[in-house]
Design a protein around this ligand. Sequence first.
Ligand code: RP5
Length: 162
Amino acid sequence: MKGKSNSLVGIIMGSKSDWKTMIHCSDTLKKFKIKHEIKVISAHRTPARLHKFLNESKKNKIEIIIAGAGGAAHLAGVAASLTSLPVLGVPIESKLKGLDSLLSTVQMPSGIPVGTLAIGKAGAINAALLAISILSVRYKKIENKLIVYRSNFEKKIPKKPF
Ligand code: RP5
C-alpha cells in the first residue's frame, strides 16, 4: 500500500540553483507518470530538514531517493547513511566543472553505497531512468513503459553518422 503522498521517488537537491539540472530528472519521471516529491534539502545548510524528510519518506512509502548536489557534494552520502532506501546521486556541474561533485558523490567508502550517475543533465536523466528500472522489478506497468521507451529510443539512433 502506498503512503499518503503517493510518491514513489523523492528528489532532493542541495540548492535552488540545482533545479536547472534536476528538472530533467523530474521531467523524465513525469514522462513515465511516476509521482515524485521535490525538495531543496542541504546536508550542511538544513540537516534537520534532511532527517525529517528521510523519516517521513519511509512512512510515506517512498522507494527511491535521488539526491543532486554540487561542490563538496555530501548530500547523497549523508542521505544514504540515514535511510535504507536506495540512494542515487547526481553530481551537479560546479565551478570545477562538476569533478568535485562527482568525486564527493561517487567515492563512498565501503559500507554506505550511493549509486552515482554522470555529471549534470545526463546524470539527472539517467538517475530517473535507473529509478524507473529499479521500480520496474516490482511494478509491471512501469516495466511495460520502460520496454516501450527503450524500443523508441533505439529507433531514434541513426544507422549512419552522415
Ligand atoms: C551545494 O552547493 C548545492 O548542491 C549547490 O550545487 C552548490 C551551490 O549552492 P548555491 O550557492 O548555488 O546555493 O550545496
